[in-house]
Design a protein around this ligand. Structure first.
Ligand SMILES: O=C(O)CCC(=O)C(=O)O
Length: 246
């Protein structure tokens, strides 16, 4: 889907952009169903090969590990056709190309889940603190809601314009995989709720976080991080899924 000039301007001004109804409901349901199967079989080989992570492995003090406490799967596009189809969806890739240009590769992908009541906060960060891609303008995250993402269940929150700050210092939170900046002005963050099938695009330097899930329903998202294939990156560019040549 081609973006309007106003949408492109909003992205470059604010460092994020929400677009409703980008992904067809049939595709959303297919991804949700597969995630449900992987959660139900969270101890299986299929879940392990996509790096199943429990809430308890991410700093959440709960010790329980079950189908109801799964937080994350990674690298689904490598093994799962439904997720690869999503990453290559022309409507999505058109929007990404409109924002950061071509050629494009998929840098990483992950299903980020907030289980009912247990789903914890994703602490504030800039994605490029993890990725280290240069220039940072050449990386974009497409966060696709698989359930309606709301204030109550932990939708994305952004500090508008923070991508213009450059990379800020991050510190590791001990015994967790999280990197966080020492200061984050929560009161300056704005919420980006979207319906299932809607996507939020964000810049690699945009400061963002998501609060805990306080509801009795899942908040699930499938997230694709796209990179310009000509950027400098830690990962071997030749090994990445080619998304669009020109
Ligand atoms: O899904 C979430 O709650 C956090 C997502 C996030 O931080 C990201 O996509 O970079």
């Amino acid at each position: 889907m081609a973006l309007s000039e106003a949408q492109k301007q909003f992205y470059w001004e604010n460092g994020f952009l929400a677009v409703e109804d980008l992904i067809p409901q049939a595709q959303v349901i297919a991804m949700r169903n597969r995630i449900e199967e992987l959660c139900d079989n969270w101890d299986s080989e299929a879940a392990k090969r996509v790096g199943v992570q429990q809430e308890s492995q991410s700093g959440n003090p709960i010790t329980k590990q079950s189908s109801q406490t799964v937080r994350k799967f990674s690298n689904l596009t490598q093994y799962e056709k439904t997720f690869r189809q999503h990453a290559l969806n022309p409507a999505l890739v058109d929007a990404v190309a409109d924002l950061i240009g071509t050629p494009l590769s998929l840098y990483a992908d992950q299903a980020l889940l907030k289980p009912p009541l247990y789903g914890s906060e994703k602490p504030p960060h800039q994605d490029n603190a993890y990725f280290g891609v240069s220039p940072a303008d050449s990386v974009i995250t497409c966060w696709c809601a698989l359930d309606d993402a709301t204030l109550e269940n932990g939708c994305m929150h952004y500090i508008p314009g923070s991508h213009k700050l450059g990379l800020v210092e991050h510190e590791k939170i001990e015994n967790t995989p999280h990197l966080v900046p020492p200061e984050f002005q929560k009161d300056k963050a704005v919420a980006a709720p979207v319906r299932a099938g809607g996507c939020v695009f964000h810049h690699a330097l945009s400061l963002h976080m998501s609060p805990p899930n306080q509801t009795k329903l899942w908040r699930r998202a499938f997230v694709c991080h796209y990179v310009r294939s000509d950027a400098q990156m830690k990962r071997d560019a030749a090994s990445l899924l080619q998304v669009r040549r020109s």
